[in-house]
Design a protein around this ligand. Sequence first.
Ligand code: BDP
Length: 338
Amino acid sequence: MRTHNNCMSASTLKTSSLLPTAGVIALIAFALPAQAEDWRGWNIHPDGYPNTVALEEFAEAVEEQTEGRVSPRVYNNAVLGDQSDAIEQTRNGALDFANFNMGPMGPIVQETNVFSLPFLFNDVEHMHTVMDGEIGERFADALEDKGLVVLSWFDSGARSLYNTQHPIKTPGDVEGLKIRVMNNDLYVDMIAAMGGNATPMSYGEVYQSLTTGVLDGAENNYPSFESSNHYEVTGYYSLTEHLIIPECLCVAKSSWEELSEEDQAIVREVAEEASKRQRELWVESSEESRQIVLDHGVEINEVDDKGAFQTLMEPMYEEFIANNPGTGELIEEIRATE
Ligand code: BDP
């Protein structure tokens, strides 16, 4: 935690001829305002991305409403490290806040792996209902046990496959394709079940690997497909919509605990607003990105029989449930949430 004091320092208060007595020091300490908390925030996305806009507005509103007691700054484009590292850094307090996806969170907070099961949620609205309810609170508790305080949940739409070779309409079309996935072994199993070869890789390395043929494709939502420029080097986007993964706006537990109750309440409220804002921007941005990639000449295709992909995931579910006691019931609970 870095702190700074935006008032005059003790040395400017003391007279040059006298050393301050203990009483004077106590007086000075009393007169100085509480130290401001400089918060460093990790963000993987570029300027203008819905999450970036929401995070920047969050930072500004926190600074304003806490009257400078908390002064957050967002660092975009993963300049503070890749997502798995940033999760660790936030857990140990080297970073103060971040927007994380529950995909790369899985290896660190095991409970969140359930969100990496393909076709878990019916649609984005279903995901929101689950995350905004009691089940979402249970996940927030699991994250807090690992040092991350969840303030609110963001959207990240539905992820679909894209590649340089051909449209994907059936699992047979994935056969032999080298597909980049986020860092989580469950995605390796997912792509293998479809007949492809998965390579876990940091987001920032994907563009280059697509241009050199190290990869044939990857998978993501419209705003990321567009803002990462992957659409410039892949001709086909196929609406498999196989993953709907929640994201959090999280604060390092150590940074959180340094705040007064009053400031915690302010930050929480501002984060709720940020989530609303992010979700609204998400809808607009998805449509804009879809249009940009279409205009560029990317072929977008519907997948008529998503059930064919879903059926292939059954062994993955069975293995997951067998390895993670209690998750069978949880999956049923999620599916039954309306
Ligand atoms: C984006 C997520 C981001 C992930 C990225 C990825 O918002 O957190 O790191 O996908 O594929 O949609 O790595």
